[in-house]
Design a protein around this ligand. Structure first.
Ligand code: IMP
Length: 198
């Protein structure tokens, strides 16, 4: 089995990636240097692909320094709100810290259009090449915070196809997975690797 090192601090994401890549002959492990997830600098880039590429590059340099030969997986996601021209997008994590869910709800207070989407980009570096997979989950921003499950923007995001007005925060993990942008991104990388016979 080939080692696939996933650069993430999130155990849930690790389990999800194992489920996708084990059937292709990869043993998914967390990317650790000296037992810790290394500090990676996220560029102030416009798109998730650029962020994922920068993460892969830094991870490659670290592996080279350590003399480790393995495939690398990274993943990046964000919430893109239609009427805010895609804000917070690639800045989702820092915007959430700064203005919170209430800040986002305030920005949308007088807006009729509450359309938004989660986007995820997964990138895998294997045999000297980077392969990308993207996934989108369309939905609406709710009028107020609902539910305590999940993380991040889950309490204010109602996915298309779910029960009307139900947020990710009100769903259990399996229910959310049916719509997950992340699962779609991983699936699309998997299909590409499959097609290449890797
Ligand atoms: P990451 O790159 O996947 O860690 O995501 C960056 C930020 O986007 C997170 O800190 C969350 O605020 C937000 N985010 C990404 N995916 C989700 C999700 O599935 N639910 C809620 N928030 C998310």
């Amino acid at each position: 089995m080939e080692r696939l090192l996933f650069l993430t601090g999130n155990a849930g994401k690790l389990a999800e990636a194992s489920h996708f890549f084990a059937p292709l002959g990869y043993q998914v492990e967390q990317f650790l240097i000296d037992g810790k997830v290394p500090e990676i600098i996220e560029p102030q880039a416009d798109g998730l692909r650029a962020v994922a590429t920068a993460k892969i590059q830094q991870a490659r340099n670290l592996l080279e320094t350590e003399g480790i030969n393995a495939a690398i997986l990274v993943e990046d996601a964000g919430l893109f709100i239609d009427t805010l021209n895609g804000f917070p997008g690639v800045y989702s994590a820092s915007v959430l810290q700064q203005i919170g869910l209430s800040g986002i709800l305030q920005l949308l207070a007088q807006k009729d259009n509450r359309g938004a989407e989660f986007r995820a980009c997964a990138a895998i570096f294997v045999n000297g090449e980077i392969h990308f997979g993207e996934g989108i989950c369309r939905g609406l921003i709710s009028l107020d915070e609902q539910g305590e499950n999940g993380f991040g923007y889950d309490p204010i995001f109602c996915p298309e196809g779910g029960s009307k007005g139900t947020t990710f925060g009100q769903m259990n993990r399996a229910e959310k997975e049916q719509f997950s942008h992340r699962a779609k991104a991983l699936e699309s990388v998997k299909i590409e690797l499959d097609a290449l016979g890797r």
